[in-house]
Design a protein around this ligand. Structure first.
Ligand code: ADP
Length: 302
């Protein structure tokens, strides 16, 4: 059983010719509200790939929050611990996508800010019973730290996707079994700029020294640098025509843990995750881009 703890966002996406400067007004187009949030994306990825998964999260009591909770259920997620917050909006992301393909994103935590250590008290037994706990950094650190401590004490394997980038305490890192930063997040955690194999391994070694056994630095289209106890190598991804890399990392994380849950060895779980993430970058949006199990199996069979 997998437990994902994390954020839920409504992504308000607007296509823009270029990013407006302060004081400037521009006309955008193609406004869409797309389900997102790193926690929800990773939970949905795992569920669409048929993991047995429960989600710990907070949504608002607005229309988006009510609907998304039902959609999680349709995707096969156990929503017992998806808490609805009274008089509170669901978390949001205001996303501008420029015609040149760049993103500009502003987040507001809203209901996500309520996922504190106190709020997850009823869910700790769920974490103890789980085989894996997957978390990110879009919800309050006190809740993440509490969940990590409880998981560690119960031998639940803790996987942390340290995104968005921020510095973390040694106490939290010591509870983590597997960490999956991208290059930016690896730099914020270690102070080392990842540009090649040597620098990737140096960054991984800093994280090993904090007590983390498995370090996986995702490198976008290039794949992932995987280091276990100081021995690292690159595992390449799949070549696809990318149209929107939103949720690539989230799909990768959700799929990777699903592979582990099925008993795959690390390298096979990573290949499975590369396939799921590669499909996601060929499609627009966050949860709209996450593939089903059949799609990933077909992709791998090609
Ligand atoms: P994040 O989205 O968190 O910044 P990355 O950009 O490192 O994470 O991507 C995570 C994973 O998504 C990669 O390891 C790879 O599997 C997949 N991926 C990302 N971009 C591409 C791409 N352009 N082509 C194929 N796979 C990609």
């Amino acid at each position: 059983k997998l437990v994902v703890l994390g954020s839920v966002n409504a992504d308000h996406v607007l296509q823009v010719p270029s990013f407006p400067r302060p004081g400037e007004t521009l006309h955008g187009r193609n406004y869409q509200v797309i389900p997102g949030g790193k926690g929800a994306n990773q939970a949905v990825a795992a569920a669409r790939l048929h993991a047995d998964i429960g989600f710990i999260a907070c949504v608002g009591d607005d229309a988006f929050g009510i609907n998304i909770r039902e959609n999680f259920k349709i995707d096969g997620i156990d929503i017992t611990a998806v808490k609805m917050q009274p008089n509170c909006p669901t978390g949001i992301a205001m996303i501008q996508v420029s015609d040149s393909g760049e993103n500009s994103i502003c987040l507001s935590a809203e209901a996500n800010a309520k996922l504190t250590a106190t709020a997850i008290a009823p869910d700790l037994e769920r974490i103890r019973q789980a085989d894996y706990l997957l978390m990110q950094l879009e919800t309050p650190l006190c809740g993440i730290e509490k969940a990590a401590q409880v998981a560690k004490a119960a031998n639940t394997v803790v996987i942390l996707n340290p995104a968005p980038a921020r510095a973390l305490s040694d106490e939290l890192l010591a509870c983590v079994n597997i960490i999956t930063p991208n290059e930016t997040e690896a730099e914020v955690l270690t102070g080392i700029t990842v540009t090649d194999a040597d620098s990737a391994q140096c960054a991984a070694n800093v994280l090993h020294a904090k007590g983390i056994k498995t370090v996986m630095i995702t490198l976008g289209a290039k794949g992932v640098w995987v280091s276990q106890n100081g021995n690292g190598d690159i595992i390449a991804g799949f070549r696809v025509e990318a149209t929107d890399t939103t949720a690539a990392g989230d799909t990768f994380n959700g799929a990777f843990v699903t592979g582990l849950l099925e008993g795959l060895p690390l390298e096979s779980a990573i290949k499975f995750a590369h396939a799921a993430a590669a499909i996601s970058v060929t499609r627009f949006g966050a949860q709209t881009s996450i593939p089903t199990r059949d799609e990933v199996d077909d992709f791998l069979a090609q």
